[in-house]
Design a protein. Structure first.
Length: 199
């Protein structure tokens, strides 16, 4: 059994679709922190064991979780599972619909960007339709460049990082920001977004 990876970039659209289910996301969240049995997960999530087992089988088949050990208790065998990575990242190739079968993921990514732009009004930004359309295009480009930079930073990892998940996320964010700061296209994009967001 291999050690828990720091990052796993999901490039298969069928695997990425598993993240759309809130129960599967909750299972992965718990298994990133703890080694658990289907019964323990069912209790934590308020689900029945057969439903949790169904989700575990799908996640295991996709390589997102793994069985770590089995414990015999009387006539029962308890299987323990854990996630295969601390942080899962959906590849930009899927978010942009560049892989056959990833169209739904690309639509979801555009929806996320649209929701982000719509929410700017809550922060005091006036968004007439024309400005909202420009900001949506800029936000989609921002998201794309950020995801590409994330993956490039992850691809440079040479050894495991022995820190907590919050520290690992901060490290990834810091390195991604440095990477993006070196990209003239990204700097121009930030200037354009800044100009659009002047109150």
């Amino acid at each position: 059994m291999e050690g828990l990876k720091d990052f796993l970039v999901v490039k298969d659209p069928e695997v990425a679709k598993l993240f759309a289910d809130p129960c599967r996301r909750s299972i992965l969240h718990n298994l990133r922190h703890y080694e658990m049995t289907p019964y323990q997960l069912a209790k934590v999530l308020g689900k029945n064991v057969s439903s949790v087992t169904h989700h575990l089988n799908a996640l295991d088949k996709a390589g997102l979780i793994e069985q770590t050990r089995s414990v015999v208790k009387g006539n029962l065998i308890e299987k323990f599972y854990r996630a295969t990575a601390k942080i899962f990242i959906i590849s930009y190739t899927l978010s942009e619909g560049l892989v056959p079968g990833s169209e739904d993921i690309a639509r979801w990514s555009k929806e996320v960007c649209g929701n982000a732009v719509t929410s700017l009004e809550a922060f005091g930004y006036d968004l007439p339709a024309e400005k909202a359309a420009r900001l949506l295009a800029l936000t989609e480009k921002y998201s794309s460049l950020e995801q590409i930079a994330h993956e490039e930073v992850i691809s440079q990892q040479k050894a495991p990082v022995h820190v907590s998940r919050p520290a690992l996320r901060l490290l990834l964010s810091l390195l991604t920001s440095v990477h993006l700061h070196r990209n003239p296209e990204f700097l121009k994009l930030l200037a354009d977004i800044s100009a659009e967001l002047k109150i």
